[in-house]
Design a protein around this ligand. Structure first.
Ligand code: ADP
Ligand code: MG
Length: 214
């Protein structure tokens, strides 16, 4: 049976997952986490409820625990504010309380105070989860520095496309290093998402699953 540790997940993280009732990776987690930890580009198609959030959050957490730069190293792009806060909350559940110097995450989204988000960024964070519009707003105001970004996640790429967010996503990608790792998660694949994959990802490993957690 596949375990998180057999995929290369550090024991303090897999222990934390077990404490949260997750001792076995879901199918999409089992086929993506190892490659994600190794920095490969990945496109993962898997239905709602298949566990895509942890498939990218576990590698992000593990990889950013090693680096302590002055600006974020991982950027997660999501289509809605609800998803941004949800991803932030799931990330927080992975943190083990007493460990000093734990990675920090800021959620950046529209319809909410920009001052508060700027304050979070100024304090220093390793991970940013953002909706494209507000992120570009903060980039234009020079309130966020993307030069240390090593990994970009595009979550719910199909919904991003439906909502017309692919142009801002491409604009954001163009402001990050060309040798970054890019991972794209989606329930379905349509033409616009395919174009983004072809133009902005480097030889990604493709995965597709059908099973659901619930
Ligand atoms: P998706 O983004 O693919 O729609 P989520 O990442 O939101 O799915 O996960 C759906 C549910 O599955 C969440 O409630 C999450 O806590 C649960 N889950 C994720 N991974 C596991 C796991 N390895 N074992 C048990 N439950 C899990
Ligand atoms: Mg999801």
């Amino acid at each position: 049976m596949t375990t998180f540790e057999s995929l290369g997940v550090a024991s303090h993280i897999s222990n934390r997952l077990s404490e949260n009732g997750m001792s076995t990776p879901t199918e999409i987690q089992a086929i993506t986490i190892k490659d994600a930890l190794e920095g490969k580009d990945i496109c993962a198609m898997a239905g709602t409820g298949s566990g895509k959030t942890l498939a990218f959050l576990i590698p992000i957490l593990q990889n950013c625990e090693q680096a302590k730069p002055m600006s974020p190293t991982a950027l997660i792009l999501v289509p809605t504010r609800e998803l941004a806060t949800q991803v932030r909350d799931v990330f927080m559940t992975l943190l083990t309380q007493p460990r000093k110097g734990q990675p920090r995450i800021a959620a950046i989204y529209g319809g909410s105070s920009m001052e508060r988000q700027i304050r979070d960024l100024t304090r220093g964070v390793e991970v940013v989860v953002a909706t494209p519009g507000r992120l570009i707003d903060l980039m234009d105001r020079r309130r966020i520095n993307l030069e240390n970004i090593k990994t970009v996640i595009i979550d719910e790429a199909d919904r991003m496309a439906d909502m017309g967010f692919l142009p801002p996503v491409v604009e954001i990608l163009s402001k990050t290093a060309a040798d970054r790792q890019t991972m794209l998660f989606s329930a379905t694949l349509d033409g616009d998402v395919e174009t983004l994959i072809k133009r902005h990802m480097s030889d990604p490993i493709r995965h597709e699953t059908t099973t659901k957690v619930r």
